[in-house]
Design a protein around this ligand. Structure first.
Ligand SMILES: [Zn+2]
Length: 80
């Protein structure tokens, strides 16, 4: 799959990428997701099959392969 970015006309190359799915206060990180990534603007596009599988992760209880600690910072608490 090598084509042209619909947003900027840049070249799209196949990569694996990290997708972050947020549902309320839950965040699920999916690693090594096949995607077309624009070399110019960084826009990612996914095949219908990949989108379907990511929707499965969003909807269903999936077993985590590993877990990360995720810091949460309020912007107002960040020094200027
Ligand atoms: Zn682009």
């Amino acid at each position: 799959m090598r084509n042209v970015c619909v947003f900027c006309g840049g070249e799209v190359e196949n990569h694996v990428t990290r997708v972050i799915i947020e549902t309320g206060d839950n965040i699920i990180i999916v690693e090594n997701v096949p995607a077309g990534v624009c070399t110019r603007c960084g826009e990612k596009e996914f095949s219908p099959e990949v989108v379907r599988r990511l929707e499965h992760v969003r909807r269903e209880q999936v077993t985590a392969d590993r877990e990360l600690r995720v810091p949460v910072v309020e912007f107002e608490a960040v020094p200027a």
